[in-house]
Design a protein around this ligand. Sequence first.
Ligand SMILES: Nc1ncnc2c1ncn2[C@@H]1O[C@H](COP(=O)(O)OP(=O)(O)O)[C@@H](O)[C@H]1O
Ligand SMILES: O=P(O)(O)OC[C@H]1O[C@](O)(COP(=O)(O)O)[C@@H](O)[C@@H]1O
Ligand SMILES: [Mg+2]
Length: 579
Amino acid sequence: MGYNVSNKYDLKIFLYTLRASPPMISIRSHKLEESMFISFHNHYLSENFRIKKTKKTEVQMSVNAETAKILTGSGGAVLEDVPHLTDWLPDLPTYANPLKHHPAYSAVRQYFVENTDVVAKDVVVNLNTAGDGIHFRRAGPRDKIYFRSEEVKACIVTCGGLCPGLNTVIREIVCGLWTQYDVREIYGIHGGYRGFYSQNTTDLSPKVVNDIHKRGGTILGTSRGGHDTSKIVDSIEDRGINQVYIIGGDGTQRGANVIHEECKRRGLKVVVAGIPKTIDNDIEIIDKSFGFDTAVEEAQRAINAAHVEAESTHNGVGLVKLMGRYSGYIAMHATLASRDVDLCLIPEAPFYTDGPGGLYEFAKKRLCENGHMVIVVAEGAGQELIAESMGSLDKLRDASGNRLLLDVGLWLRQNLKEHFVKEFKEPLNLKYIDPTYMIRAIPSNASDNVYCTLLAHSAIHGAMAGYCGFTVGPVNNRHCYIPISRVTATQRQVNIADRMWARLLSSTNQPNFQRYKKFMQQLRNQNALKKSSKIESCVDVANSHSAPISLSSSTDGSGNGSLARANETIPQMETHGRQ
Ligand SMILES: Nc1ncnc2c1ncn2[C@@H]1O[C@H](COP(=O)(O)OP(=O)(O)O)[C@@H](O)[C@H]1O
Ligand SMILES: O=P(O)(O)OC[C@H]1O[C@](O)(COP(=O)(O)O)[C@@H](O)[C@@H]1O
Ligand SMILES: [Mg+2]
């Protein structure tokens, strides 16, 4: 079915018709301008809405009614809703929320959240179109719930990498269920998703979790990989679990969504509630992830140490590597907070080393001016540059399928040192600090603890109210239930065209590496040239039956292992590969 729209108002009318529509509807517009297209795109981009520019003057918008649960209010607000148990169990009985009689909460004037309360995804809007755009269901306790206290059998699992605050979330889910909803059966699943297959679980009660928020890590253990949907749901069914709280990052949330879908397919009265965890702050839609503040704060200690070391010696360079696989938020915020950093490198902002506007030139200038400098690098920065300068390396993956990174910290350390000796005849006093795991293995700070409490409480209120397949989190400072597929559809990254990155550039005065594309092209051309000449020499080597050359890592002056130098590595790898 096709709809023609020429402006946002037409679109609104179109949205009213969605609920009665077939799975896929397309709309075309011949009048949409670029700015309107971008605005549509920002408002509606998700698994539920797809927007494609098919021709220069034509935009096609489709709504995937199979995944979407889209509601429109009489004022024109669009709600991207989360699933509810009644979607597949329409006759479930409801019960009065016991919080009505809770002594602590009885003082709250408007305690229960109305079902019509929604939170706008975008708070900065155009005066003429205010109220348009996507909204999410506001989190919080409902007056009617879908579980009796004695019926609830809840479990909690933590998956993926560590993050400060995991224990606080566990603690607050347990204490919240126990004290607010009188739930007594709460189980801890051991070691991530694979823990569902093992026999053992831990009985959780306020007594067991009382002081766990003071410890880093997760008392339940965690893991990567090992997700088998049907085995997990079998285990949920066998144990009679009806509330599953899943704490983890993007991978974990994807896993949670398929568990939810399978529970729904089997017609089970089981809610799956996701609590987003990521130290990298790379989960879309929500304002910020828990543990991020703590990590940025802890990173200050490493940056301070790097600064002290650097300014105490001649040509002192402090190099700090921080976490951030695809998103450089920790590095960016740690740099902005510190003010001692001269150069911040993140995955979203490519850099290059040699020539005008490059890193070496900048480092030389900064050392001449100040005598020292501090560099902060996110672990995912410069991956393309390193891979190209070292020759193509295997793209290894961890058990969850995440790409394993080339070590940008070691690479920078070695290349900076070598370059300064070779080109400027000046040795650097470079101190490399790698606190990556130290910033995520600590307990959460005070503000993260409060944040974790809100997340946990929002999750239990949502589960008791029968919502499921949701991720909980603050959107514009208001906690919401967001469809899981919405937060996993894309990954949040630092927008280098945004004011925050501009603030960083103006505080460090670092170059913006505008010649990056040109530099990479030159590097590729050089490598291609080397490759063709090496193939010729390899043929000679093979003909003369010489011994194979093995690929080994070189050592630096102090005997520490280090990465092989780029222009030495390439011929060695190729010669070895051809034997
Ligand atoms: N697409 C997916 N479908 C199902 N499970 C997944 C998916 N991606 C990751 N997982 C599971 O989620 C867990 C955590 O994923 P991982 O990527 O390691 O960490 P994080 O959740 O922190 O991003 C692992 O057990 C992994 O098997
Ligand atoms: O060594 P591990 O446990 O695989 O963790 C390394 C990765 O974990 C992270 O902290 C984020 O992991 P998650 O995807 O689990 O949130 C990255 O910054 C880092 O690359
Ligand atoms: Mg992840």
